[in-house]
Write a protein that binds this ligand. Structure first.
Ligand SMILES: Cc1cc2nc3c(=O)[nH]c(=O)nc-3n(C[C@H](O)[C@H](O)[C@H](O)COP(=O)(O)OP(=O)(O)OC[C@H]3O[C@@H](n4cnc5c(N)ncnc54)[C@H](O)[C@@H]3O)c2cc1C
Length: 380
């Protein structure tokens, strides 16, 4: 085993960090307050390869490994978790689903423009009445002539309003349960598909989230993604990989919160000394630094195994569960170490505190991760 990153990976970390510091940090508060999705950032993200991180060069991707994907997401989340969420959803959900299960023609049509940032990806599984119980979805797709006709709606879709390429899951055979769900690619502008309500969110406000509505939305039959009836099984595989990305996001967010707390503790004085000299503060810093390293190792292990072709249902769920829960603690301690200044918007603590709650919810809640882990353990 070798726990060190390669020189190229260290270089990647430095370049994404520098990019995040110069191109993102100055705008974090403004984008958050305005709930502004930074379209102006998209070409810059693309030029660094961050919009096609893992898919092959043949389709315009940067062909990075899973560990390198984690490094990219971590470094974005360290500065702005909302940007990291958008990059993770674009790469790890929409693009990944097409890269993993699309035909060669679908990959050629969609992946290159997604990687170049000419198109933004969105992925719709959740509905207003089915999140954790995703197979309980109501959206339907029915064959009509040479087309599929979609009816229903998706909730909480990242890039539901700004997205150009949508992958959406729909019921194609109600009698077949999970095997009656299929995936489809729908392009922005297709008649019958419209964005619904834009969500006014607690955190991750610069990442666009909205409903997507389908009303007699007719798409050509070759927009079926994967075979009919395989959509749900494929979705679970997409999520096995996607959860590693959310774990990396949580690690990066926790790192950002920890660094903010450390910096503040070194400066802030009380009782004639810096608060970093109080053991109560030192223990918080020590515990967070330790938990962040543990979460990073779990996340990289899942990515390492995925890179080698292993199924990582268990490892991805463990990494996502642990990283998101320690990130909540890191953000909480960051606010506490800042005292009253942790409660106001002049410091980054309060934003980390709001953003972090998505990490224990998105791509499967902590409760669902525990369920997945337990099922895996009991099935061995
Ligand atoms: C900002 C944001 C972005 C998102 N982006 C996307 C996206 O791009 N695409 C997409 O498809 N979805 C997206 N989601 C949806 C997200 O994946 C769901 O919100 C999440 O899976 C939870 O589903 P739910 O909200 O319906 O909660 P519910 O499933 O209703 O859960 C409510 C509570 O019940 C618990 N619970 C449910 N079932 C069980 C059980 N069996 N055992 C124990 N506890 C249980 C849950 O853990 C939770 O605490 C996004 C959500 C947010 C907030």
């Amino acid at each position: 085993m070798d726990f060190r990153l390669t020189e190229d990976q260290e270089l990647l970390r430095r370049s994404v960090r520098e990019f995040a510091e110069t191109e993102i940090r100055p705008h974090v508060r403004e984008w958050d307050e305005a709930q502004h999705f930074p379209t102006e950032l998209v070409p810059k993200l693309a030029s660094l390869g961050l919009l096609g991180i893992q898919f092959s060069e043949e389709y315009g991707g940067a062909a990075m490994s899973g560990i390198e994907y984690c490094i990219c997401i971590e470094e974005l989340a360290r500065v702005d978790p909302a940007v990291a969420l958008s990059v993770a959803a674009h790469n790890g959900l929409c693009s990944a689903h097409i890269a993993m299960f699309g035909t060669d023609a679908q990959k050629r049509t969609y992946l290159a423009p997604l990687a170049r940032g000419e198109k933004i990806g969105a992925w719709g599984l959740t509905e207003s009445t089915s999140g954790s119980d995703a197979a309980g979805m109501r959206t339907t797709a029915v064959r009509a002539g040479g087309c599929w006709v979609l009816n229903g709606s998706k909730a909480f879709t990242t890039h539901g309003r700004v997205g150009d390429v949508f992958v959406a899951m729909a019921v194609t055979d109600r009698t077949a349960g999970r095997k009656g769900i299929s995936a489809f690619i729908i392009e922005k502008g297709t008649p019958g598909m419209t964005p619904g309500k834009k969500e006014d969110k607690l955190g991750m406000r610069a990442s666009d989230t909205s409903e997507v509505l389908f009303e007699s939305c007719r798409i050509p039959s070759d927009q079926l993604l994967g075979a009919e009836g395989e959509g749900f099984v494929h979705t679970m595989q997409v999520l096995d990989a996607g959860r590693i990305g959310i774990a990396a996001l949580a690690v990066g967010l926790a790192q950002g919160a920890y660094e903010a707390a450390l910096g503040y503790a070194r400066e802030r004085k009380a009782f004639g000394r810096t608060i970093s000299q109080f053991q109560a503060i030192q223990w918080k810093l020590a515990d967070n630094a330790t938990r962040i390293e543990a979460a990073r190792l779990l996340t990289y292990r899942a990515a390492y195994l995925k890179d080698r072709g292993h199924r990582t249902t268990l490892e991805s769920a463990m990494a996502k569960l642990y990283a998101s829960e320690i990130a909540v603690k890191a953000a909480d301690d960051c606010v506490q170490i800042h005292g009253g200044y942790g409660f106001v918007k002049d410091y980054p603590a309060e934003k980390f505190f709001r953003d972090v709650m998505l990490t224990t919810i998105g791509e499967g809640t902590s409760e669902i991760q525990r369920l997945v882990i337990a099922r895996q353990l009991l099935s061995r």
